[in-house]
Design a protein around this ligand. Structure first.
Ligand code: C5P
Ligand code: C5P
Ligand code: ZN
Length: 457
């Protein structure tokens, strides 16, 4: 940890010497939060900055970047170390993806270099926050670091943020910026009526409840919980702690009685992060809902809107982001239904679905992660979602904590399998992606199946 914080200091010192910094970040919730964190921190010390959000680092991005005075890559960069030395400008990298290649000149901050796991211990936004706090009194930005980590699902494996994330969280709690509480993990506690909260629960998928509001209403009514107030549906945050506990324990009993494995049932409960600077009852108040709102902008080409929200816009950008959020949710439901209807194909060591043009390549990874718990999907095998994209075919892979314990490393497997068919890939042990040429899907999946088999053997 000490060495990691020292590296953050070195990165900050290098940035302090610049007048203008180009921020290049990744197009997802963690990436947008990262860009906003370093943007705000540079603004506070009166440095000029420009933000560029990209899908990945390709030659065209490097070309554009080469004329800058200094660049900070956030939530990406670690996979392209070989290309940094010839770039020209000073390069700082604040990332958490598995590093590939090497660089003699880039200042590289990445948890993997200091004995931590980038999938769970620190996000891109967290790494960036460590630099921001070395640039000045920036504890106010710690909530965005939590949003980034939760956006990358870093809290899922243990039901709580751990590793370096914990240091950030402690700082956020100490400054009354984030409150930490054990609660139901369902999505929408700030914004959805209680029965809708359970109806849309996909992680975990609650058999009999997910997608079935009548069953849920019957269940809640039987518990004597008042669901409405003055004719309006109450939300989870409107319930007393006693009411919440009543629902949670009845829910757990019901899931266990129905044969849900205890480890999955247990995942109904976990740490929940409330952003205390944000207005109660809005998506921004909850780290998980906030990150989904950011994804709803980034994944549809509206990343500037998401960055503006992170940087404090609660007017036009915030309104637009909420509109995008509605559409994003519809797309997720539609995508999930698509997989439910078409099913998955199982090979020896993995299962996959190819959505073609039916699911956007920018959300196929989210869907692959969500459908882990669908009927017909094997919880014990990695799942790969494929969708068409401009460059060919996008593949998104998602594993489980148990498989990672058995040495699954999807980043390596996806990267190696993609390389054999002329594509590229990378990411984390538990979640990774790749882009491959059209028509190579079968060969790619065959290679991936073998590689995953070798990792697990
Ligand atoms: O590119 P980046 O690192 O920001 O994205 C990480 C991805 O890994 C996210 O899409 C996140 O949903 C996924 N992930 C996951 N399960 C985990 C950890 C991460 O699906 N337990
Ligand atoms: O796109 P998806 O959500 O499936 O990405 C999962 C993880 O794999 C993310 O961390 C992403 O940055 C990474 N990835 C990568 N190289 C690719 C595609 C995705 O490193 N070509
Ligand atoms: Zn990330």
């Amino acid at each position: 940890m000490e060495q990691l914080l020292k590296r953050a200091q070195e990165c900050a010192q290098a940035l302090e010497k610049q007048d203008e910094v180009l921020i290049v970040s990744h197009v997802d919730a963690d990436g947008l939060a990262s860009a906003a964190i370093i943007g705000c921190a540079l603004e506070r010390i009166e440095k000029g900055y420009e933000i560029k959000i990209v899908k990945k680092l390709d030659p065209s991005v490097f070309h554009e970047v080469s004329s800058a005075e200094a660049v900070i890559f956030t939530d990406l960069g670690s996979g392209s170390l070989d290309l940094m030395d010839d770039l020209g400008p000073l390069c700082v990298i604040a990332d958490h993806h598995q590093p590939a290649g090497s660089s003699d000149t880039a200042l590289h901050l990445n948890p993997h270099l200091f004995g931590f796991n980038g999938a769970t211990d620190l996000s891109g936004a967290g790494a960036t926050y460590l630099i921001a706090r070395a640039l000045g009194q920036n504890a106010q930005l710690s909530d965005l670091a939590v949003v980034g980590a939760v956006g990358d699902l870093q809290h899922v494996r243990e039901g709580r943020l751990c590793g370096v994330n914990r240091l950030i969280l402690d700082e956020a709690e100490k400054h009354s910026i984030v409150a930490v509480e054990k609660d139901l993990q369902a999505f929408g506690k700030q914004t959805r009526p209680i029965h809708k909260l359970l109806e849309y629960s996909s992680n975990p998928y609650i058999p009999g409840f997910t997608g079935n509001s009548e069953q849920i209403l019957g269940f809640l009514t039987s518990l004597n919980v008042k669901l409405q107030e003055e004719g309006k549906w109450k939300k989870w945050i409107d319930l007393s702690s006693v009411e919440r506990r009543t629902i949670v324990s009845a829910l757990i009993q019901r899931c266990l009685a129905q044969g849900m494995p205890p480890e999955i049932t247990q995942s109904l409960i976990g740490e929940v992060y409330t952003l205390l600077k944000e207005e109660r009852g809005t998506a921004l108040r909850d780290a998980s809902e906030y990150s989904t709102l950011l994804n709803a902008t980034a994944r549809y080409g509206f990343e500037k809107i998401g960055v503006a929200v992170c940087m404090g816009d609660r007017e036009s950008s915030y309104r637009k982001a909420n509109e995008l959020l509605l559409m994003h949710r519809e797309n997720l439901v539609r995508g999930l239904n698509y997989v439910k209807q078409t099913g998955v194909t199982t090979l020896s060591n993995l299962q996959y679905f190819h959505a073609g043009d039916n699911i956007l390549e920018t959300i196929v990874g989210i869907i692959a992660g969500m459908c882990k718990n669908l009927d017909g999907v094997n919880r014990h095998l990695p799942i790969i979602g494929l969708a068409n994209c401009d460059e060919g075919v996008k593949a998104s892979a998602r594993g489980t904590a148990t498989l990672v314990k058995r040495r699954l490393n999807l980043a390596r497997a996806m990267s190696d399998a993609a390389n054999t068919v002329g594509g590229v890939g990378g990411g984390h042990d538990i979640a990774a992606g790749a882009t491959i040429p059209e028509g190579t899907e079968i060969e790619f999946l065959k290679q991936l199946d073998q590689l995953v088999g070798l990792q697990l053997s």
